[in-house]
Design a binder for this molecule. Sequence first.
Ligand SMILES: [Zn+2]
Length: 303
Amino acid sequence: MHSILGKLKKLQLKARRHPEPTYHPAWPLCDEEISRPDMEPQHGSPLFGTLSAELRIMIYRAVLTDASRFLHICLNRRDGVRRRVRSVAHYWCVDMESQFPKWQHTCYGEKFSPPGQEFRPITETDDKLLSLLLTCRIIYAEAMPILYRENVFHFRGGPPLLAFRASISPRQWSSIRHIHISSIHTKDSCMPGAEKKWPPEHIETWDRCFEILRGDKTLETLRIDLMARFDMWGGGSAHNTELILMEALRKMRSIPAKFYEVEINIDPPQEFWDALGEVDFAVIVRERQYNETLYYHPTSLQF
Ligand SMILES: [Zn+2]
C-alpha cells in the first residue's frame, strides 16, 4: 500500500513539474481543424529580432537538409527487442557512390561476419536532426516544412514507406517533395504470407505504396530502382523474370509526380512494353553489380 501511495505521489510531483501545455499537443502536425496557438513573438531573440526571414531560412536549410544524399528511412525490427522502439528511424546516407543496388547500401548496417550475414535490428540515430525544431514553436512552424520539402526521402521497399506514412501527419507527408524507392521483386513476391518479411518485396505491399503515392499531388520527383530476379539467386529464365517485372510495373502507373523515373535491371523486348501498355514514367536500364557475399542467402527482415 505504501509503495502504491509513494508512486502516486511521485506521479503528482511529476505532473506539477511538467504542466499540460495550453495548446493541442499535436500542433502543428495536425491539419486545419486545430487553430494556431498564441505564440510569444520572441523579439528578444536575435534569431527573430535581428535576422531576416531569408537568413533564418538559410540557417534552417543548413541544419536540416542535404540534397546531395539520401535521408534513408530505416524500418526498425521489433522482434526480440524488449524496449519500445519507433517503427522507423532516419539515417543520412554514407554510401551514395555504391555500385550495388541502393537497397544494398552499407547504411542498413548489414555486413558479412562468418558464418553469415549480420544485421542491425534497430537504427540508432544520434545526429540531433530535430533538435533545432524542438527548441521553440515558432522555429518548428517555420522550419518543419523545409525538412520535408528539401530532402530526398529514400525507402528500402514498401514496408518502411508504409510505416513512415503511418507515423507522421497528413500535413507532414504532403510536405515531402522528393522520394526514392529501391526494391527487389522475385517469384516469391506473389506468395501468400510473404508480406511479413523483406526482401523480396511483396506485391500487395508494393500496391499499397503506389496507392498512397497516387494520391500525393505535391510530389515533384519520384525515382524508383527496381530489380527483378526469378529468385534471390538470380536463377530462372529471362521470360519468367520479365513476368515478375511486368507485375511490379503494372502497380506503378498514374503517379502525379512532375518527374517520374524508373531504373530496371533487365532490358525487355518491345513485346514486353506493348503488353504493358502506356506508362507515365521514364525508363532507364542499368544492371548493377549484385552484392553476392551479403545477399546471396539474405536474412529477411521479419516484421
Ligand atoms: Zn545509403
